[in-house]
Design a protein around this ligand. Sequence first.
Ligand code: FAD
Length: 257
Amino acid sequence: MNLFVIMKRTFDTEEKIVIEKGRVADESAEFIINPYDEYAVEEAVQLKEQHGGEVTVVTIGDEEAEKELRTALAMGADKAVLMNTEEDLDDGDAYTTAKILAEFFKDKEVDLILAGNVAIDEGSGQVGPRLAAFLDIPAITTITNLEIDGTQALIERDVEGDIEKVEAALPVLVTAQQGLNEPRYPSLPGIMKAKKKPLDELELDDLDLEEEEVEAKTKTVDVFLPPEKQVGRVLEGELGAQVNELVSLLQKEAKVI
Ligand SMILES: Cc1cc2nc3c(=O)[nH]c(=O)nc-3n(C[C@H](O)[C@H](O)[C@H](O)COP(=O)(O)OP(=O)(O)OC[C@H]3O[C@@H](n4cnc5c(N)ncnc54)[C@H](O)[C@@H]3O)c2cc1C
């Protein structure tokens, strides 16, 4: 099987968010593979173990993303591709990302593309479905179970706590939901092997893409943190007096009644 995983390097969820000059400052942040993409990598590796084939992990990012690609290779992926946009583009959105990926996949033989359900940093959940639309293949989101039977994908997906069963003919793009599997930790031999596995680096030029073709369709107008939570107030005294005070506060201070 030709298995592909699209993955994003994101900052760690434990990081404190700092906003500088209208952007999230991530210079000193710790970076990881987007957690939903780890499920996607694990699923692809398990499918390869069951059915044979090859797993290629693909990311759009800068030089630094090589670290996360090597981690995916250490988990069992066979090849990695870094589409380095650092030189060509300063800005981009979900359209940019999906368009570049679509151009990469245009001449590839694909059985399955696995993505994360959502990236934990920007969280639009758009890249997978947009890519499938560009490639004109089915997109099945938030999957929690996947079996391949010949050329059919038998899928269970999470629909707000319920399970929906879906079948689709390959090639298909799926997005991974928590619970799909338990991603493995890279083993020491895996880490050693990963150093020698192929990691190709491409630029927009290699994909015959012009900057204008991938220009963002959206513009971020403002980025801000939610207001700090106010300390709560505990009312004391007789129950009746508390109720009167509460009503008065709701009318005069909170102005909600
Ligand atoms: C050239 C370029 C410049 C950018 N410049 C800026 C910027 O200036 N400011 C800013 O805030 N953001 C920038 N971005 C980030 C961009 O806005 C988001 O990465 C994009 O909108 C994806 O949306 P998301 O992160 O919400 O992903 P989601 O749609 O939530 O991600 C879902 C899944 O899609 C896949 N995916 C997402 N991103 C990638 C990726 N990069 N490579 C491979 N697979 C991926 C993963 O499987 C992920 O789990 C830039 C991106 C690119 C490509």
